[in-house]
Design a protein around this ligand. Sequence first.
Ligand code: NGQ
Ligand code: ZN
Length: 456
Amino acid sequence: MMASQKLLCKQILLPQGWASDIVVTIAADGTIAGLETKSDAVSHMAEIADPVVPALQNLHSHAFQRAMAGLAELAGSTDDSFWTWRDAMYRLVGRMSPDDIEIVATKLYSELLKGGFGHIVEFHYFHHAAGGRRYANPAETSMRILRAAQGAGIGLTHLPVFYAHAGFGGTEPGEGQRPFIHGVDEYLALLDALRPDCDAMGATLGLAIHSLRAATPDEMRAILAAETTGGPIHIHVAEQEREVEDCLAWSGRRPVEYLLDEMPVSERWCAIHATHMTTDETARLARSGAVAGLCPATEANLGDGIFPATDFVSHAGVFGIGTDSHIATTVAEELRLLEYGQRLRDRRRNRLASGPGASVGRTLFDAALKGGAEAAGLRSNGIRIGARADLVVLDGNNPFIGTATGDQILGRWLFATGNDAVRDVMVAGQWVVRGGHHRDEEAIDRDFRKVLQRLA
Ligand code: NGQ
Ligand code: ZN
């Protein structure tokens, strides 16, 4: 455990807004123990002249998919879609070992840190070997995710995923899906087995149901009645129009409608994507308190559609952002695309600003911080006493950042400079990114390159 430390921050984004000359005291356990104003430099105190903002939580990830990012941008012989991308993804699954998963996840997490994220929620469904062959340790691949997060130095919420069927009505899984499949009891045993390891590394344990396609209502109810994680509950829902059609054919109801009718959806839940909703579903999802888990770059890449964010926010809906398939890995790209989707649909500007005169960047950033922390099952968010010390320092040597003040800083970062602006990242009081480089970048890249050479 490290010693406690004090940082004098010249410009810092606190929950109440931008503040100057704040001394942040970080306790030995990596949480923020004090925040006080001080203008005269105190000797022996590290001073940060450049803007400091909280690191965001990334609320949705399938880490292994980073290995194929950019390789599915190739026209096939059929009409390419989400479903043809999914076939390519299944082919990757069939070729990855636990070592590969750990190496790819470590690389991904180091990239996400450089993109301004301090915490990852891993929606982990890749449990078994090809054909569904079990590893000696049922938690083998989950342990690889835990180790990757620890190695990269990113905070983790681990969500082992229940996945049992190919489609609505409990249909048999396909061959490519065998590495994902559990029975209910086997799944509950996995959650129990992971408790001590998650506690030991300070990871939050929660659960996920892959989708209404992959689990029957009875299986979902059995899991919810028996699980004891106390953590967040995530589910993919209504991402593709075909899922809406299939759900209607099966139940007479749309996916979000069905979920809200049949399951005890609350603040504890996170609805991933929720792209295709009627205005009534949008209002109901917002009122349920569930976080909408938006992954704008993946949703664009896979041709999903545009989330009704302006409508959802008008009903006080809470949202956060994730990078999902990791076609993009930065806070800036996800937040920018979220706003741009709304603009392209409405043919208007500044759609997600909180009101007249408000900064779009600030509104998006504050919202994603609140929703991200909630969806990750963290007790606190942002730079406040008791929260984990997860900080991003933006690069004041960058002329756009160095000349900006207050919310202009977020506007310049998120809309104009992107990832160049992130200089240093601290997680739980430890600097994991310095000068734009991850602390173990060379070793991580060496291992990752070997895996890609073999898989690609
Ligand atoms: C997944 N990914 O589970 O990785 C999904 C595709 C599915 C995204 N939706 C598979 N981005 O939903 O069946
Ligand atoms: Zn997903």
